[in-house]
Write a new protein. Structure first.
Length: 672
């Protein structure tokens, strides 16, 4: 019998025995019954142990009162393991002396080093750190609680911690309560009760007594539960909270397997409030100033990098050369990055330049004081090696000319001079509202704008086009013009239009420019409302930002008096929107300062993707505060992803299915 006929015969055989299939349901039920008697898997294909570990006893007892023991032993029904206890296990009140937490066979031992506080509820929150040793079945969220007083405090408060600058969930941040409302409390006393945020930025503080509290968040760098370093992230809120609870119900989903829902039931539970506290963590301006590094990547440029800006330049004394008028200085806006270009080629060719540099730096008291360092600048490539490389270039050129001469081809007898190489900054076609940049590799001593020309092509002829040129930085120039949609332009530099500090001039240069039409773009108008701006914020303005698919800033625009932020000539793509309140009108987002009671400038995200298509006029109405902050940032551009939930694998369901198939094949001869 052929294979095809055999398969058909087997299929017909099965359909003629419906009782066989009717009995499979009972078979699977029996197999699942046996799977419930969970035993560890073994080589003969027995059932897996899919049950999580279970607490059988403890010393002291769970929820015990008047406890004095500083050693807690929790016993389980099987061997267990404890994952990363130093980070996952949170003891509240916080322990100044690090407790010892370890798993040993079927028990967990916690030894507290700090003295127990009187009349205090202690919670040891293991989160999801406990699982069985053999199969890795997670126990789930588990908290051990006891009290040194007469009663157990059972209230809870929960919420989210976000980065104030970009609303990213912050993982591993301490969140704590104080019943003291002093503004300096977080600098002088550890938090009363604490929790730590998970991958979603979520926290739950347990074992809270009735009362009124103030909430703080702290990315504690030194483990003292105090805010005492500028590098630590902190969040504070003047609003007090009063923990409470109410009876409530929630929907729980009962899964038949990983794909099918068996039932949805309503389950009563205790709903603790508040459960939506939102804390915005910020890092204060890092104003400590010191010299981070120096380098001489190019022989003609000496670079200084400071950690913070200043209102004055360093003073330089040449120890192996005369530093008077030796430099052209290229400085960043805040004078934190400085490049000193050597004017004299003799100094450029000198391998070691030693100087005494006097600058302002922060001392141990946080004050700016004058500091002098002796610095040796050595080039990345020594002068001798540069000369050898230059000689090799000459020899290669000479060989090429000799080869042309032997072949009777045109050749040069004099090596062409080295030219200055300006770079036109342009990427593809430009939009009608764009500008064109020109960057030069070294500072110039001369830029003859009359030798820079812009031409536009009309029909088949080229005409002079008006333009303006500006110099936003030492080595950068910007060309602006009234660009005509769909037109072709030519930007041309005459020979020697530019000359650098080493006497090099540019060769003749021509760059074509094509301007796109408005049909190739979209227009986006975002109307914002609900901005938390008070009448005293006279300089405040809402700045709306367009972000690409990775969350990177593409463009930004200020909202006008009607709340409209307009984006013209938008390239077709999918975007996301963010906004911040520029309270002081300085054109940038500013962080907070704790001692000045200054919160960071508010940041918001539009929680939907915005698609812009060519020739579309896209509009969006955006109430900045309509959605809670912890739900605003779209998941697609949120870099901090939620923790992977640990779940029971339920492998016995698949084992039961396989055993059922095996039974049928062995007893009927039918292959499934």
């Amino acid at each position: 019998m052929s294979d095809r006929k055999m398969k058909k015969h087997q299929t017909n055989k099965v359909t003629k025995h419906p009782s066989l299939w009717e009995g499979l349901g009972g078979l699977f039920v029996c197999l699942l019954f046996f799977s419930s008697c969970a035993r560890m898997g073994n080589p003969d294909g027995g059932w897996y142990d899919d049950t999580p570990p279970r607490v059988v006893s403890s010393s002291p007892v769970q929820y015990g009162v008047n406890t004095r023991a500083q050693k807690i032993v929790i016993n389980f029904n099987e061997y267990i393991k404890l994952e990363d206890p130093q980070n996952k296990v949170i003891i509240s009140p916080p322990q100044i002396e690090q407790p010892e937490i370890k798993a040993a066979g079927k028990r967990i031992i916690v030894e507290l080093s700090d003295s127990l506080k009187p009349a205090t509820t202690y919670t040891i929150d293991f989160s999801d750190a406990i699982s069985d040793n053999n199969e890795g079945n997670p126990m789930g969220q588990y908290t051990f609680t006891f009290s040194t007083g007469e009663q157990i405090d059972t209230l809870e408060v929960s919420g989210y911690v976000l980065n104030a600058q970009d609303l990213e969930p912050m993982k591993g941040v301490l969140v704590g309560l104080y019943d003291n409302f002093s503004d300096t409390i977080i600098r002088s006393q550890p938090m009363m009760r604490i929790s730590r945020t998970n991958g979603s930025g979520h926290f739950t503080i347990k074992g809270v007594a009735p009362g009124s509290y103030r909430v703080f968040a702290l990315q504690d760098a030194d483990g003292d539960y105090l805010f005492n370093q500028k590098s630590e992230f902190v969040a504070f809120n003047h609003d007090s909270i009063v923990p409470s609870w109410k009876p409530d119900t929630r929907q729980d989903t009962i899964w038949r397997d990983s794909l099918h829902i068996d039932n949805i039931v309503r389950v009563p539970y205790t709903h603790f409030l508040p459960d939506d506290i939102t804390l915005l963590c910020f890092q204060e301006p890092q104003t400590d100033r010191f010299l981070l590094k120096t380098e001489r990547l190019m022989p003609e440029k000496l670079s200084f990098y400071f950690t913070y800006g200043s209102d004055s330049l360093p003073s330089i004394e040449g120890l192996t050369f005369n530093a008077d008028s030796a430099f052209v200085i290229e400085a960043s806006q805040h004078l934190d990055t400085l490049h000193y270009w050597l004017r004299d080629t003799t100094l450029v060719n000198q391998d070691t330049l030693t100087m005494a540099v006097t600058f302002l730096a922060t001392d141990t008291l946080g004050q700016l004081v004058s500091q002098t360092d002796t610095i040796n600048f050595l080039p990345k490539v020594a002068y001798e090696k540069r000369q050898k490389e230059r000689q090799k270039e000459i020899e290669r050129w000479q060989k090429e000319q000799d080869k042309k001469k032997r072949r009777g081809q045109p050749y040069d007898s004099i090596m062409p001079p080295v030219f200055l190489q300006p770079r036109v900054i342009i990427s593809g076609n430009i939009a009608p509202d764009q500008s064109v940049g020109i960057e030069v590799p070294q500072p110039l001593v001369r830029c003859d704008t009359s030798a820079i020309h812009l031409y536009v092509k009309i029909d088949t002829l080229w005409y002079t086009a008006p333009y303006t040129i500006s110099q936003p930085a030492l080595r950068n120039y910007t060309i602006r013009a009234d660009w005509q949609e769909g037109a072709e332009y030519s930007l041309e530099l005459d020979s020697a239009a530019m000359e650098n500090i080493y006497g090099l001039v540019n060769n003749t240069m021509k760059q074509g420019i094509k301007v796109s039409t408005s049909n190739e773009f979209s227009t986006l108008v975002v109307t914002v409302s609900g901005a938390p701006i008070s009448s005293s914020d006279t300089a405040a303005v809402v700045v709306v930002q367009m972000l690409d698919g990775s969350g990177k800033l593409v463009r930004e625009a200020k909202a006008n008096a009607r709340g409209e932020a307009e984006f013209l000539y938008v390239k077709p793509a999918k975007y996301y929107l963010a906004a911040y309140i520029d309270r002081n009108g300085n054109g940038q987002w500013d962080t907070g300062i704790y001692d000045e009671d200054l919160q960071p400038e508010p940041v918001f995200y539009f929680n939907e993707e915005v698609e812009c298509k060519a020739q579309w006029d896209v509009t969006r109405q955006w109430n900045l505060t309509a959605t809670p902050l912890f739900r605003q940032k779209p998941a697609a551009i949120t870099k901090q992803k939620p923790d992977q939930a640990k779940q029971l694998r339920n492998r016995n369901v698949e084992r039961a299915r396989q055993k059922g198939i095996q039974y049928i094949q062995q007893n009927t001869g039918v292959r499934l």
